[in-house]
Write a protein that binds this ligand. Structure first.
Ligand SMILES: Nc1ncnc2c1ncn2[C@@H]1O[C@H](COP(=O)(O)OP(=O)(O)OP(=O)(O)O)[C@@H](O)[C@H]1O
Ligand SMILES: [Mg+2]
Length: 452
């Protein structure tokens, strides 16, 4: 069996050798004597646990250098297990290190029995976390009509689509750019009674204002210069199916009147025509603008707004969808990696961290583009934050976020253990490698109730 890798960061050569001798039977020990050597070893050897002396040169008598190493290690891998070693009577430093994300601390001179125990606990915890991540990776997550999303927000959207699809009422789909509004429209169509009919999409923003009316409703021969033949519009083309009006907020007022009449009476006239034409079409509309506000300020007809907004669904932004970011990113990685014959690509820890920290203004579309590009750019087996062009998200990390990230992991693990042990504190604490009082403290800190 391969031994667990342990990094010892200690500037005193005697202590380093002594610790190495004490632990080398059970661990594969690598060492470093200063910040540079520590970080090189951490990236090169990926130790499961790091033992870190806070007093390192050039400041062997203060904690700053060690704290800097700790913070870089945790940025590189938020789940890294670091046990800090501080001088006698320097409890303040040890507490600061714990607050910054260290797993535990010891005071000098290090008692090797005590160290062995702490190491065992860290290894246990790290293994559990790795297993947990692996199960998450292997889980395919929720897919509904090709839409990915396990978050409660997306479950609510799927639930809405299931219920709204069979009705013939118009649906207004709101949401920021790239959140999947068009995908939702297609899902509504596929699950509707008119699913065998056509799905016709028209983007009100890309068609010049003066052409929009004739594009939608068609025109008669001679209706305007250049109208040499009669032409049917999208409303007729979509008969028996669904008409999806994308960017509805950009619809010119003149066309709004005509659309309102069509919604009320299911009848319209082609441009330049007199004949009343009937078309049975389900109308779906989408916009990333605040249509209610546009209506209130007179930029969009209020009566049309109420006609369109019989059923309204808002696609949640990616940054509010919790773990969906990682699930969707992994699914994209999987498929693009296969496409580019790089099937063993995975995300490096800094990439996972950057994916969680980024605010995703372009939502799923942005994620898709970044992962696609990263798969092409990635050199080895890992996609890094740099490949994703997300290194800025990492450096802009406020310290609060690290704490939040830790709490999220703690919450996931504690809830998982409680579930597995049907809420039994003793067995859950045992699995997590903490004492019962510590688990109780965690429950209180994280606001978890025992039977949640
Ligand atoms: N839940 C999802 N699962 C997988 N892929 C998704 C999901 N949502 C969106 N996508 C993908 O993201 C891209 C953007 O989706 P879509 O065009 O539906 O968004 P949109 O809200 O209409 O964007 P815009 O406002 O820019 O028109 C598409 O390539 C789509 O396939
Ligand atoms: Mg769209």
């Amino acid at each position: 069996m391969t031994k667990t890798k342990l990094l010892i960061v200690e500037d005193d050569e005697d202590i380093r050798t002594q610790l190495r001798w004490a632990l080398c039977d059970d661990y594969d020990v690598v060492t470093g004597g200063d910040r540079a050597a520590a970080l090189t070893a951490f990236t090169a050897d990926a130790p499961m646990v790091t033992l870190l002396d806070l007093g390192l040169p050039p400041q062997p008598n203060g904690p700053d250098e060690g704290m800097a190493v700790l913070s870089t290690i945790l940025t590189l891998n938020p789940l890294a297990k670091v046990i800090v070693v501080s001088g006698q009577g320097e409890n303040q430093n040890a507490l600061a290190a714990i607050a910054a994300g260290a797993s535990d601390f010891l005071c000098k001179p290090v008692d090797t029995d005590q160290l062995r125990l702490l190491l065992q606990r860290c290894v246990f915890l790290a293994t559990l976390e790795q297993e947990y991540r692996a199960t998450q990776r292997s889980g395919t997550g929720e897919v509904f009509e090709d839409m990915l999303g396990s978050s409660p927000q997306m479950q609510a959207v799927f639930d809405f689509i299931r219920k709204a699809a069979p009705s013939s009422a118009p649906v207004l789909i709101l949401g920021e750019s790239g959140t999947g509004k068009e995908m939702a429209a297609q899902a509504l169509h596929r699950r509707s009674a008119q699913k065998r009919g056509p799905f016709v999409a028209i983007n009100c923003n890309t068609i010049p204002e003066n052409l929009l009316e004739s594009e939608l409703f068609g025109y008669e021969r001679g209706a305007f210069t250049g109208a040499n033949t009669q032409r049917k519009g999208h409303v007729e083309a979509a008969a028996g199916g669904t008409l999806f009006l994308d960017e509805i907020g950009e619809l010119p007022v003149s066309v709004q009147v005509k659309l309102l009449r069509f919604l009320q009476e299911k009848c319209f006239q082609r441009v330049g025509g007199r004949q009343e034409i009937h078309s049975d079409v389900r109308i779906l509309a989408a916009t990333n603008r605040n249509l209610r506000e546009l209506a209130a300020s007179g930029k969009f007809r209020e009566d049309l707004y109420f006609r369109l907004a019989v059923l309204v669904v808002t696609m949640p932004p990616l940054r509010e969808r919790g773990d969906d970011v990682l699930q969707v990113a992994r699914t994209f990685l999987h498929s693009y990696a296969a496409e580019h014959a790089k099937p063993s690509l995975t995300f490096a820890p800094d990439a996972l961290r950057a994916l969680t920290l980024h605010r995703w203004p372009g939502n799923i579309r942005e994620l898709q583009n970044r992962v696609r590009r990263a798969v092409i750019m990635a050199d080895g087996k890992r996609v890094t934050a740099r490949d994703l062009e997300l290194t800025e998200s990492l450096s802009a990390t406020p310290s609060q976020t690290l704490k939040e990230a830790r709490e999220n992991v703690e919450r996931e693990m504690v809830q998982g253990a409680l579930r597995r042990h049907s809420g039994k504190i003793t067995s859950a604490a045992h699995e997590l490698g903490v004492s019962r009082p510590t688990l109780y403290e965690l429950l209180e800190k994280l606001g978890i109730t025992k039977d949640a």
